[in-house]
Design a protein around this ligand. Structure first.
Ligand code: ITT
Length: 195
């Protein structure tokens, strides 16, 4: 099946293409559509729906959207829905490695390192018909960045069961255990039943 992908993040696109192999995913950017909705929701789920509906209004075809981020217990869930904007000044976003360094600094004196990635995913057929899944990947914030795979906060989330950070996993291994991989497979299963 073909669906539009409500993202400008190439890393997410790549992961989702592997998770949804057998389907055709098209990003607005790939066909020259300008897509930059304001993520004004107060939860991952609200932001996913905002993105999905905004793209649906442009294309009037099924849309898949993902809103995700890193939630740290000792920081009351921050950066959470602001993960992409953590450390931004005057609207200018930091590079991923700069965000990671800043976050490690903020966590320097903190002993409770528990954290998780969250991915809220929506497959939307119209404004009022959609399927939602939200998944997590549990881990701990490491003291120093490790690994070069993945993207975003992957080098600083350590997964005890794997004995490494997410950035030290292969793409396949990340997709097998990740918040996005688990959410995507659940959505793909739903899709198989409803289409
Ligand atoms: P779109 O809104 O265009 O999809 P984005 O990068 O702004 O792209 P989000 O608003 O969902 O996406 O922000 C998610 C941020 O959370 C992302 O920029 C990363 O910093 C982080 N993040 C999400 N998933 C991640 C993952 O699998 N590994 C590492 N960091 C992740």
């Amino acid at each position: 099946m073909k669906f539009w992908l409500a993202t400008n993040n190439e890393h997410k696109k790549r992961e989702l293409e592997a998770i949804f192999s057998g389907h055709t995913l098209v990003t607005p950017g790939s066909v020259g559509l300008v897509f930059d909705p304001e993520e004004s929701g107060s939860t991952f789920l609200e932001n996913t729906l905002i993105k999905a509906r905004a793209l649906y209004d442009l294309v009037h075809e099924p849309v898949l959207a993902d809103d995700s981020g890193l939630c740290i217990d000792a920081l009351d869930g921050r950066p959470g829905i602001y993960s992409a904007r953590y450390g931004s000044t005057n609207g200018k976003k930091l590079e991923s490695w700069e965000r990671n360094e800043l976050l490690l600094k903020e966590m320097e004196q903190i002993t409770n390192r528990k954290a998780r990635f969250i991915c809220s995913m929506v497959l939307l057929f119209s404004h009022d018909r959609f399927f939602v899944v939200q998944e997590t990947l549990e881990g701990e914030i490491i003291r120093e960045s490790r690994g070069s795979g993945g993207f975003g906060y992957d080098p600083i989330l350590y997964i005890p069961e794997q004995g490494c950070t997410v950035a030290e996993l292969s793409e396949d291994a990340k997709n097998r255990i990740s918040h996005r991989g688990k959410a995507g497979r659940a959505v793909a299963q739903l899709l198989a039943h409803i289409v």
